[in-house]
Design a protein around this ligand. Structure first.
Ligand SMILES: Cc1cc2nc3c(=O)[nH]c(=O)nc-3n(C[C@H](O)[C@H](O)[C@H](O)COP(=O)(O)OP(=O)(O)OC[C@H]3O[C@@H](n4cnc5c(N)ncnc54)[C@H](O)[C@@H]3O)c2cc1C
Length: 396
């Protein structure tokens, strides 16, 4: 059997994997990234919306090659049609770009290659290899052929379905109420505002989640829905989404040219994302924002942190759980409070009926908020509807 060796094996070529591979390679580590699909970034499983602020933090320069549309703001709607519009001056970090995600992912993978990482496509990890109880690599299948890849440490960047963590004994299980079931159509010929992302919330519209319209120019938009796992039985996501589209005049002459489904975790991250010789990043570490379902920025951040910590570990050759703990500290210091706050908010949102949501949106639309983000919105809600934020006031 073919055996390959490297310092760091990155499993998964999404944003988390590519960022980890880039920073490992930049740190002088012999880095191999494997991706089970035939193409980085395809097929698409994303609504492609990102805010702008974090790109600088992880060293990614905005590039027209992967920016499909530049948003001026966002519109938030409640079930009775009450809405408020956030413009860039107020929406701050929450407004951003609609990406060409397959090009974005490829750009990140190209950066990793430029830094010196190797990439293998159609190569799927199928198990970890243990010797004397220690993880020393993975068994994989490369274009149908079994291979072994031996390494000093594995970065599990294998997304929502992550197996690396489970194989390594990390508890990655999710409760049904911490999963959103998503469905999205790429609609064409729609009469939508070209530069505003739209979010519709409400129990009768998207229970425990929201419905989105993210414009991609030329009357094209990603129109999708995410609903809480406990209410996602019997094709519920499709029923809610189809009903919304059928009742919205803007889609009267519109048709879907693509459909895709997927899941996002909406928990506040794993209890621990490292084990001996294993480090999990991005969706594999469950670091998606529980309220927005946005995970691209978190995947990039955790990938970068992993690469930096692994570079340090390589200096002593120690990739034990203890040596990897600075990674835990880094992502928790940067993200944990916000993940918890938004997880509580998501839990509470899922219990609110349409009437309350109509009132909340009405309240927010008339409130004087300097910069609109989840934190500031919750502050307004806390003042007027303290019951809604009962139990997590101290995080606001
Ligand atoms: C419907 C939907 C809409 C979304 N919309 C948005 C959005 O608008 N904005 C946003 O920020 N986030 C969004 N997300 C979340 C976002 O897509 C993820 O958070 C992000 O892709 C995480 O990056 P990642 O690198 O951790 O994982 P992924 O991008 O999922 O990459 C994991 C990679 O690992 C590969 N892989 C898996 N198992 C193996 C294996 N055994 N061997 C080799 N390779 C393997 C997969 O093929 C995949 O390419 C959405 C998610 C869904 C499902």
């Amino acid at each position: 059997m073919k055996t390959l060796t490297c310092d760091i094996l990155v499993v998964g070529g999404g944003p988390g994997g590519s960022m980890a591979a880039k920073f490992c390679a930049q740190g002088g580590l012999d880095t191999l990234m494997i991706e089970k699909k035939a193409e980085i970034g395809a097929p698409l499983r994303c609504a492609e919306g990102v805010s702008k602020k974090w790109l600088d933090e992880v060293g990614i320069k905005p590039d027209p090659a992967w920016i499909r549309a530049n948003m001026k703001g966002a519109i938030i709607k409640s079930p009775d049609g009450t809405s408020f519009q956030l413009d860039e001056s107020k929406a701050g970090a929450e407004v951003g770009y609609v990406l060409e995600r397959h090009l974005f992912d490829k750009a990140l993978a190209r950066d990793a290659v430029e830094a010196g990482a190797r990439v293998m496509l159609r190569t799927s990890a199928i198990d970890v290899i243990r010797e004397n109880g220690k993880i020393v690599g993975v068994k994989a299948v490369e274009m149908g052929d079994p291979i072994e890849i031996r390494c000093k440490c594995i970065v599990g960047a294998d997304g929502y379905e992550s197996q690396i963590g489970r194989w390594a004994g990390i508890d990655t299980n999710l409760k049904l109420n911490d999963i959103d079931s998503c469905l999205q159509y790429r609609m064409v010929n729609a009469e939508i505002a070209p530069d505003y992302c739209e979010f519709v919330i409400g129990d009768s519209v998207a229970p425990g989640g929201y419905l989105w319209i993210f414009p991609k120019g030329n009357g094209t938009a990603n129109v999708g829905i995410g609903i809480i796992g406990t209410k996602a039985k019997n094709g519920a996501a499709k029923k809610y989404l189809d009903r919304f589209i059928a009742n919205d005049k803007r889609f009267a002459h519109s048709q879907p040219l693509e459909v895709m489904g997927g899941f996002v975790s909406t928990c506040p991250g794993l209890d621990c994302a490292v084990a001996d010789n294993i480090i999990l990043v991005g969706d594999a570490a469950r670091v998606i924002d529980p309220i927005t379902g946005g995970g691209i920025c978190h995947a990039c951040r955790t990938g970068m942190y992993a690469g930096k910590v692994l570079t340090e570990c390589a200096k002593t050759g120690d990739f034990s759980k203890k040596a990897l703990m600075p990674y835990e500290k880094m992502w928790r210091d940067r993200m944990e409070d916000k993940l918890y706050r938004n997880w509580y908010a998501k839990e509470r949102l899922a219990t609110l009926d349409d009437d309350t949501i109509n009132k909340l949106v009405e309240l927010i639309s008339t409130a004087d908020i300097k910069e609109v983000n989840v934190y500031n919105l919750l502050k307004v809600v806390k003042e007027k509807f303290p019951k809604v934020v009962e139990g997590f006031e101290d995080l606001i």
